[in-house]
Design a protein around this ligand. Structure first.
Ligand code: SF4
Ligand code: SF4
Length: 229
């Protein structure tokens, strides 16, 4: 009969308020809870504010993807009408969302922050072919926002901010950034303000740089005065 106690908990949560004052049950999908800021949803291919695409077709995202669900082909930019600021651009870009595990390793690997993830996970398909998003579906619109495709359930606020993302690894591989998490400040739609602790981290990083510069200056002057062994 112990399971009856379990039902009791369920009904309590359905009809009562929690101590925090928040209802636990919502009429999903009619109602949606606000999503966590760092939620990993369906991807977008970002553009710069001048409309240029950020993707340079380097295929690093495809190479790092553990599910092997990204297919990219790069092509040389047409000199008269370049698509990206780089030499090359993403000519073909596809993601198979039946395979994607939303690990964000592609986002981490991308050198230009071209690929990021929105918060949208409410999308479904009736056949395998439809699960493969093509570049024309992934690239953001002229306003920098993700396209709202007919089979996707977007609500207010879910398409912001999609350009920014949280860097979980050392920025640009510099050891001084090791273990630091920070929102990217890249150009694009939906960039985020730094988190409160990020300013402190930036401050301490600049202090470390100053100390190192002072230290190297001290060593040079030491050498100049015949120091060393
Ligand atoms: S989120 Fe992970 S699994 Fe999905 S495309 Fe990116 S690297 Fe592949
Ligand atoms: S999305 Fe980024 S990592 Fe992938 S091909 Fe484009 S520039 Fe390279």
């Amino acid at each position: 009969m112990g399971y009856l106690a379990g039902f009791a908990v369920t009904f309590q949560k359905m009809f009562k308020w929690t101590p925090s004052g928040e209802t636990v049950t919502v009429q999903y999908p009619k109602d949606k809870r606000p999503k966590p800021e760092r939620l990993h949803g369906r991807h977008v291919l970002n553009r710069y504010e001048d409309g240029m695409e950020k993707c340079i077709g380097c295929e690093l995202c495809a190479g790092v993807c553990p599910a092997k669900c990204i297919y990219v082909r790069g092509a040389d930019n047409p000199p008269d009408d370049p698509v990206s600021p780089g030499e090359r651009y993403g000519f073909v870009y596809e993601i198979n969302f039946l395979r994607c595990i939303h690990c964000d390793l592609c986002v981490e690997a991308c050198p230009t922050e071209a690929i990021t993830e929105s918060k949208l996970f409410e999308f479904s398909f009736t056949n395998r072919q439809d699960a493969i998003y093509t570049k024309s579906e992934l690239v953001v619109g002229d306003d920098g926002r993700p396209q709202h495709l007919p089979w996707e359930d977007w609500r207010d606020g879910e398409d912001i901010p999609t350009s920014a993302w949280m860097r979980a690894t050392a920025a640009h591989g510099a050891a001084i950034h090791e273990g630091e998490v920070a929102w990217s400040a890249e150009l694009g739609y939906g960039t985020r303000a730094p988190e409160p602790a990020q300013s402190d981290a930036d401050l301490s990083r600049s202090l470390v740089s100053e100390v190192r510069e002072a230290d190297s200056g001290y060593q040079s002057s030491d050498d100049a005065h015949g120091g060393g062994h």
